[in-house]
Ligand binder design. Structure first.
Ligand code: FE2
Length: 298
């Protein structure tokens, strides 16, 4: 079954003194090394200042290649044995769907080259800032080679100044990435920096765990993925999102954070591809475009 890929647009206003001109941002998440052709087709039509890649663009999760194991990665995420019943049901539904929808597997064909190909082509559109997700336990030498060649900014618990935007007189935009294997000391340091702060945080649930309600809840924009929109959408809520369970609020969409109604947003991408045998329902795959107006709305 062909899964729909749409462009979702969010219009934001920022009264931050660090945003002096309007900017346009693309947000991609959860490509998982699937074919990126349709995504690239849409991306090439969008004149954006930069691209935020919010994790799981690749799948590097073979046991024994790095020191990390599936169990260790689950411990980082705090999901080990947390929802045994929903995990069991999700796995059973996926196995059944694999039998019911064999064409779906074809559609989702995986190749290690796809993620690298996407990064190469996306970097021709605009600078790419890359966050690290739970399926990226490690990167291969070939991945680093592409990142270096294409000037991909790998933000593995790290922040940088968005160079081109700063040079164009658009103020000071800082972009940081909180990885699945998080470094909270780095996060605290980043939260104290001056500038318009964008946090790439693959896991929306990390916002709830580590940021919401703390004095570090002062990021201007947080972008996430991981939840795949909850796979099925019923009554405006995603049915099941990994790390969040059933009918969670943060499975997709735009949410206010502590910074108030005009500033301080968490945007969760529903992901660029379908990765499981269960077809999505009411939950299209998406390329997110964020159009940021400088100045207040009112
Ligand atoms: Fe993920």
């Amino acid at each position: 079954m062909k899964q729909e890929l749409i462009v979702t647009r969010y219009k934001l206003h920022s009264c931050s003194s660090y945003i002096r001109k309007d900017i346009r941002i693309a947000l991609v998440a959860d490509l998982h090394d699937r074919k990126p052709d349709e995504l690239l087709f849409l991306l090439r039509k969008e004149p954006v200042d930069f691209i935020l890649a919010a994790g799981d663009l690749m799948e590097r999760r073979e046991e024994g290649v790095s020191e990390w194991t599936e169990e260790a990665m689950q411990e980082w995420q705090g999901t080990k044995g947390k929802w045994p019943v929903s995990d069991f049901l999700a796995n059973a539904a996926d196995a059944a769907a694999g039998w019911l929808f064999p064409a779906e597997r074809q559609e989702r064909s995986w190749s290690e080259e796809n993620g690298r190909y996407f990064l190469r082509e996306a970097s021709k559109v605009a600078p790419v800032y890359l966050g690290v997700g739970n399926h990226e336990w490690y990167y291969l030498p070939k991945d680093y080679e592409v990142m270096q060649k294409c000037h991909i900014r790998l933000l593995d618990n790290k922040d940088v100044v968005a160079e081109r935007e700063a040079a164009a007189g658009k103020g000071c935009i800082l972009i940081g990435g909180l990885s699945t294997r998080y470094d909270l000391e780095w996060l605290k340091r980043f939260s104290r920096k001056e500038g318009y702060k964008i946090l790439i945080c693959h896991h929306p649930e990390y916002y709830l765990r580590f940021i919401k309600g703390t004095r570090y809840d002062n990021f201007d924009l947080i972008v996430s993925g991981h939840s795949h929109g909850g796979q099925w959408r019923i009554g405006g809520r995603g049915v099941y999102a990994p790390g969040q369970g059933m009918f969670s609020k943060y499975a997709y969409g735009i949410h206010n954070t502590a910074k108030g109604a005009h500033d301080g947003k968490l945007i969760v991408s529903a992901g660029c591809v379908n990765t499981v045998n269960v077809p999505r329902w009411g939950n299209p795959c998406e390329l997110v475009i964020i159009e940021m107006k400088a100045g207040r709305l009112d």
